[in-house]
Design a protein around this ligand. Structure first.
Ligand SMILES: [Zn+2]
Length: 393
């Protein structure tokens, strides 16, 4: 039988430090970090299952403790981080640096601090006392469009019942967030006919056609900005679906009529809205431009769904009650919670650190939030998995 171990503050910081030291920028493999985490969890009594991507460069990790039954709690975090190539870092981004009341490193807030806490919680909780399981899900490629979580939805084979309630530890400064916008990426390719610019009658200019597309999509953006839905009230600054014409590429040389160009568009629909409707609006808008519709194609390159968890869902009201939160919180970024919710897991976001320092040089996690999150999450997980809310009467 496994001996009972208690995870100390030092153990938590040590695991945090080790996770930070793996450069898990989304463009790189997350396997070394996942292996380290898997060993940590296996050594401490968890069942760990790995789900590798096609070429083995990426892995989603699932750690399970307790009985294999319904009613458990899921804790989930992504292992990847955004690149740390910005100017302005005053310490090694991949070394956890103690600076006064902060831990500074890439991924400290977003979100290896939470991952370390979730793993320590899985290690610390006593399987023999549990009535329902605690499950950890550690994903790859969240930062490039929740790709790992979307892949996990297809990889999961029901080898045991997955919890229907989940906490995704995005940095919310320990506020419970039950809704976020989605993020859809479209690529629009425009065809022309290349020719020498001295003989324009032999060609057709793709960039001029794209100009008309951009103009039409600007009109669509204005129209979207004037529309409201039920969740608009939670977004006082942007109560609408956002359409961003983000990247334009095309053209070869000043003396060549461009034969092709492209535009990448990002769309952030509100919770409760469907990205398919907005994609259709984009297609319709482009299809309505006279003479060029046949030269323009729209392809979907990513679709991370929005999150809308009901106010009275168990995970939301219990966690809100646990932390003493009465108001509804919503955020504008997409997360793994979108795809996991689509899989039938009711999710909220709740984690230490601030999104405002994430993705920036000298990203940091306040030490007191790291400790506070540990206290709060371990109490909550124990109530959920050991004490059993349902017996409270
Ligand atoms: Zn994140």
């Amino acid at each position: 039988m496994q001996t009972r171990r208690t995870i100390s503050h030092r153990d938590r910081v040590e695991l945090f430090r080790r996770l930070i030291a793996f450069d898990t920028t989304s463009a790189k493999s997350n396997v070394p970090a996942a292996d380290d985490l898997a060993n940590f969890l296996t050594d401490r009594g968890c069942r760990v299952d790995r789900f590798e991507s096609e070429h083995g460069q990426k892995v989603n990790l699932v750690a399970h403790k307790g009985p294999e039954c319904d009613g458990g709690l899921l804790l989930s975090g992504h292992l990847d981080v955004v690149p740390a190539t910005e100017d302005g870092w005053t310490s090694d981004p991949f070394g956890l640096t103690d600076v006064d009341d902060r831990y500074v490193a890439r991924g400290s807030a977003d979100m290896k601090g939470f991952v370390a806490l979730a793993a320590c919680l899985l290690a610390d909780i006593d399987a023999d006392q549990m009535n329902v399981p605690l499950v950890g899900l550690f994903t790859h490629d969240e930062e490039v469009g929740t790709i790992g979580a979307q892949r996990f939805c297809n990889q999961w084979d029901d080898r045991y019942p997955l919890p229907k309630a989940g906490i995704i530890g995005e940095p919310t400064e320990l506020r419970v967030v039950r809704m976020h916008k989605g993020h859809t990426k479209l690529r629009i390719d425009v065809l022309g006919t290349p020719a020498h610019s001295g003989y324009p009658h032999l060609g057709s200019n793709a960039i001029e056609k794209l100009g008309r597309v951009i103009h039409a999509l600007t009109e669509l953006r204005r129209q979207l900005e004037s529309e409201r839905c039920d969740t608009s009230q939670f977004y006082p600054e942007t109560p609408f679906a956002i359409l961003n014409q983000a990247v334009v590429e095309g053209g070869v040389a000043v003396n060549i009529i461009p034969g092709g160009c492209s535009l990448v568009v990002g769309i952030r629909v509100l919770p409760g809205q469907k990205s398919a409707d907005t994609i259709e609006a984009v297609r319709h808008t482009i299809g309505s431009i006279p003479d060029i519709a046949d030269d323009v194609s729209v392809s979907l390159i990513g679709d991370s769904p929005p999150l809308l968890t009901a106010d009275d869902s168990e995970i939301n009201w219990r966690l809100c009650e646990h932390v003493g939160q009465t108001e509804t919180a919503a955020v504008s970024y997409a997360s793994d919670a979108g795809p996991l919710a689509a899989m039938g897991i009711e999710c909220v976001l709740y984690g230490p650190g601030s999104i405002e320092v994430a993705h920036r040089p000298n990203e940091y996690l306040p030490k007191d939030q790291f400790e506070q999150a540990w206290g709060s999450l371990s109490d909550f997980a124990r109530k959920w998995c050991i004490d059993g809310w349902h017996s409270e009467g």
